[in-house]
Design a protein around this ligand. Structure first.
Ligand SMILES: [Zn+2]
Length: 57
């Protein structure tokens, strides 16, 4: 199974929790950390397909 097609976890930058994402989220989409309720924006590392979360206050 290709890893990019599987459910994955991104790390919350505020509380270091693993935030589940389905893989269908779009870059720049906003989600909330289920643990600390921080609004987080999905970002993609430049030049890669790797996603990460950034605080979006
Ligand atoms: Zn959090």
């Amino acid at each position: 199974m290709a890893l990019k097609d599987a459910a994955q976890y991104l790390t919350c930058p505020m509380c270091d929790a693993d935030v589940p994402v389905s893989g269908d989220e779009k870059v720049a989409e906003e989600i909330f950390c289920p643990y600390c309720q921080t609004p987080l924006k999905i970002r993609k590392k430049r030049g890669t397909e790797e996603l990460y979360l950034e605080e979006d206050f």
